[in-house]
Ligand binder design. Structure first.
Ligand code: ADP
Length: 186
């Protein structure tokens, strides 16, 4: 798993390290945005929350995740970007994996100072025009991250699987740190 605040570079670094490891990468945010664009029931439901910077309800995400983990790529092992985002999501995936005698092997935590996060998200807003990259939604997402997602670091620390990576610098520099952090573990 790759964990970090909005703007921390989860997507960029997650894709690079998954490619390096030769495993599939899944971004729940990307999946939800694609579903919203296609206008599926799941996508339309998710959009109500995403545009406001709020989390999509756990049960919506968990049905998506179960489907992914049951796919051939999911059975081989994969890197998840943007999931889990709440303690109940993490507990649910632990139970699911335990049923297959598997577990989360590694959680990379990308650490980036708050002012740098806001700067990056506003720059991305100007470039990509994502519906949730406006100042109000950015502030909401950061607050949601601190309140609902950051507690996952302690949750996974108890499992001994956390590797913290400083997430400021160039994409290449950070990727080198990520590779070092992953080492032979994954
Ligand atoms: P960011 O980390 O920049 O907010 P993401 O693409 O990871 O970008 O997520 C965008 C939005 O998608 C979130 O604000 C949330 O509404 C929704 N989302 C993505 N993953 C989850 C998840 N695991 N649980 C609940 N909502 C999610």
């Amino acid at each position: 798993m790759i964990l970090g605040a909005p703007g921390s570079g989860k997507g960029t670094q997650g894709q690079l390290i998954a490619k390096h490891l030769g495993i599939a990468e899944v971004s729940t945010g990307e999946l939800l945005r694609a579903a919203a664009k296609q206008g599926t029931a799941l996508g339309l439901e998710a959009r109500k929350y995403m545009d406001k910077g709020l989390l999509v309800p756990d049960e919506v995400i968990l049905s998506l995740i179960r489907e992914i983990l049951d796919s051939p790529a999911g059975k081989r092992g994969m890197l998840m970007d943007g999931f889990p985002r709440t303690v109940p999501q993490a507990e649910a995936v632990d139970r699911f994996l335990a049923g297959r005698k598997e577990r989360v092997s590694l959680v990379l935590v990308l650490e980036v100072p708050e002012d740098e996060l806001v700067r990056r998200l506003l720059a991305r807003a100007a470039k990509e025009g994502r519906a949730d990259d406006n100042l109000e939604s950015i502030q909401q997402r950061l607050e949601v991250y601190h309140r609902q997602t950051a507690p996952l670091v302690a949750y996974y620390e108890r499992q001994g699987v956390v590797r913290r990576v400083p997430g400021a610098g160039s994409v290449e520099e950070i990727q080198q740190r990520v590779r070092k952090a992953v080492g032979g573990a994954a």
